[in-house]
Design a protein around this ligand. Structure first.
Ligand code: SAH
Length: 353
């Protein structure tokens, strides 16, 4: 069991079983989730004996920084963290005028198969635990020595495909015993697992759910996103309407503009029709080209025309400010690059032998 993944109650129960006083659990939880330590040795008011016991009985993610790239353009930092089992995940740190934001991964790899996305190329390796999702944020705070106020789950992985862990993560991240991030400052992005969206609504979290839509017909969506074979746009829209009804929170549609593929004015019109009844906000993202695929971003003129059409239809729309383009900002690019180098060097040494 991963120490950071224990809820306050679970930790208390375990600490009592170890024959310790209940206040110890409060101290430990505070070190873990308020002071966000990345080494157990930092728990100075906890006895060495108890610290050793914790280290023996639990897994504790150290989040070693395998690589860090900082953008010269906007100061965005992309981290590649090594997990205890040797797997690697990417997280991104961005500074905005409203505060610092961290984009985290929810899985190692992904099995959703979206055609333009680098995270999914080698499939899913494993789910991240709640503690490994929190750990990415804690490690970035420790490294930057700056406080994080916003979190987006838009890195590698499909959060609704790691359902129980994402629900526990939200609870711990937004709890006053932990970092106490406001649910309103948390966004979770999904490619649209309709049944999970409905189930997720029941938690009544006040966070923002973002739906990666990227197309307005099932036919076009299937070309870009295999998950469209499983759920129709109609089923997803019904689930989003239910989510809005139950939580009172408006959905955001993410729409990556791919040049000549999904960026016509007719598609902007169709997108307006989908967004209108849900009062959805539309976030346009010029697709970030990855070297494994030949998708290109829409040109500026098409992007503006697309945006204008939506605005004329009374849709609330933003274009995602591109950050960190010079540092492999798109999902999964850095991990692939570093892993590619690792396997390339193995091959090289193999030939030498
Ligand atoms: N699995 C979740 C979250 C991860 S991806 C989801 O699908 O929403 C976060 C967002 O980035 C999604 O909207 C995804 O479609 C988009 N994305 C992935 N690769 C991209 C790329 N190369 N260019 C633009 N957007 C991309």
């Amino acid at each position: 069991m991963d120490l950071r993944s224990l809820s306050y109650d679970e930790l208390t129960e375990d600490v009592l079983k170890m024959g310790e006083k209940p206040f110890r659990a409060g101290q430990i939880y505070e070190w873990l989730h308020k002071k966000c330590i990345i080494s157990l040795d930092e728990m100075t008011n906890v006895s060495l004996k108890l610290r050793n016991r914790l280290a023996e009985e639990y897994e504790f993610g150290k989040f070693e920084i395998a690589r860090m790239q900082e953008s010269k353009i906007d100061g965005t930092r992309k981290y590649l963290f090594a997990l205890n089992d040797g797997n690697m995940v990417e997280s991104v740190f961005m500074r905005y005028h409203h505060g610092n934001s961290v984009c985290i991964s929810s899985q190692v790899g992904c099995r959703m198969g979206c055609k333009f996305c680098a995270s999914t190329i080698d499939g899913l390796v494993r789910n991240l635990t709640p503690g490994e999702m929190l750990g990415q944020i804690y490690a970035i705070q420790a490294d930057t020595k700056e406080r994080v106020s916003n979190v987006v789950v838009m890195g590698s992985g499909e959060p609704m495909d790691n359902y129980d862990n994402i629900v526990k993560f939200v609870g711990m991240l937004t709890d006053e015993k932990g970092l106490n991030i406001s649910q309103r400052n948390l966004t979770i992005s999904t490619c649209g697992l309709a049944d999970k969206i409905r189930q997720f609504a029941e938690n009544k979290f006040q966070l923002t759910l973002a739906l990666s839509l990227h197309a307005t017909t099932d036919e076009k969506r299937k070309q870009l996103m295999p998950i469209a074979n499983r759920y129709s746009i109609k089923e997803i829209m019904d689930a989003c309407a239910y989510y809005f009804e139950v939580t009172g929170r408006r959905i955001t549609f993410e729409y990556s503009l791919v040049g000549g593929v999904n960026d016509s004015e007719e598609e902007a019109q169709a997108l307006s029709r989908l967004a209108k009844p849900l009062h959805a906000h539309v976030n346009l993202i010029p697709v970030n080209p990855i070297k494994e695929r030949d998708y290109v971003p829409s040109d500026d003129r098409s992007i503006r025309a697309f945006q204008n059409k939506l605005e004329k239809n009374g849709i609330n729309v933003t274009i995602r400010r591109e950050m960190g383009r010079d540092i492999d900002g798109a999902c999964g690019q850095l991990r692939r690059k570093v892993m590619g180098q690792a396997s390339a060097s193995t091959v090289v040494s193999g030939t030498e032998n």
